[in-house]
Design a protein around this ligand. Structure first.
Ligand SMILES: C[S@@+](CC[C@H](N)C(=O)[O-])C[C@H]1O[C@@H](n2cnc3c(N)ncnc32)[C@H](O)[C@@H]1O
Length: 256
């Protein structure tokens, strides 16, 4: 029993440390909204999920609500969950009509089976261990209705933040010219450095084995293992992330 309580104390401590990490990261995270590769990824994720007015959408690991807001703009009825509640302040400003509530993806979710028409989980899975990913995806599949769509994006094996940064500079130069791009990068240099620091900390957890990145095959297998049918798997964010779309099949019980 003493071991059980030591384990849950350690787990609670780990969760608290992660919440603090994300609370600090969210003071600069939305600088990413200025980065064209990040915006291109959001646009592609939206295109894959193709939300329709009135659909019930879950954004799992919603953070500061960038994708939740994009879904809400398309008329979806959005619920955003995250275990870092301070981020909801930003999320609520972006998507006032959406509902944001606490949810830990390593625990059973507080929604009945088949609650949502679509589920998004963007840039979250890679900050879980492989076992946690399997569990989280099984829960996301459970709350998705038959024929519902799940879109998931995670860091790819070999993820390079520098590569994303270089692609961001190049895209900005191509769109606005060298001088404007240089001024833009100067304006955001402090926030960029801080983002690179937080990503370095994520990379360190990955090297230590606490987090697990994916490739196309791993992500496809994780989705199939959760009982979903992968429809597409592709690279996003300057090739540094893997994004997949999967559909929940109709079981013989659903068909009756
Ligand atoms: C990189 S942010 C992504 C936020 C948002 N989905 C986006 O694409 O902008 C990762 C998010 O995952 C959340 N997160 C990490 N582990 C979690 C867990 N076990 N349960 C719920 N949320 C978690 C963090 O709090 C953070 O908001």
């Amino acid at each position: 029993m003493a071991t059980d309580s030591a384990t849950s104390d350690k787990r609670r401590e780990g969760t608290r440390a992660a919440q603090l990490f994300w609370t600090r990261y969210f003071t600069v995270y939305d600088t990413l909204n200025q980065a064209r590769p990040y915006q291109a990824m959001l646009a592609r994720q939206l295109e894959l999920l193709a939300p329709v007015e009135g659909e019930r959408a879950l954004d799992a690991g919603t953070g500061s609500g960038n994708f939740a807001a994009a879904l809400a703009r398309r008329g979806a009825a959005v619920v955003g969950i995250d275990f870092c509640e301070p981020a909801f302040e930003l999320a609520r400003q972006k998507a006032p009509g959406a509902r944001f509530e606490f949810g830990d993806l390593t625990c059973v979710l507080a929604f009945p089976d088949n609650s949502f028409d679509l589920v998004a989980c963007s840039a979250v899975l890679h900050v879980l261990s492989r076992d946690e990913q399997v569990f989280a995806l099984s829960e996301l599949a459970r709350v998705l209705r038959p024929r519902g769509r799940l879109m998931v994006t995670a860091f790819a094996n070999g993820f390079s933040a520098i590569q994303v940064y270089l692609e961001t500079l190049k895209a900005e130069r191509d769109a606005t010219g060298l001088v404007a791009a240089a001024l833009q990068s100067l304006r955001y240099s402090w926030n960029t450095l801080r983002i690179l620091y937080y990503v370095w900390r994520i990379q360190r957890q990955h090297r230590r084995g606490s987090y697990a990145y994916v490739d196309e095959t791993i992500l496809g297998n994780l989705l199939s293992g959760a009982g979903l049918e992968p429809r597409s798997v592709e690279r996003t964010l300057a090739g540094q992330c893997v994004t997949a779309l999967a559909v929940k099949p109709i079981s013989s019980r659903d068909a009756e």
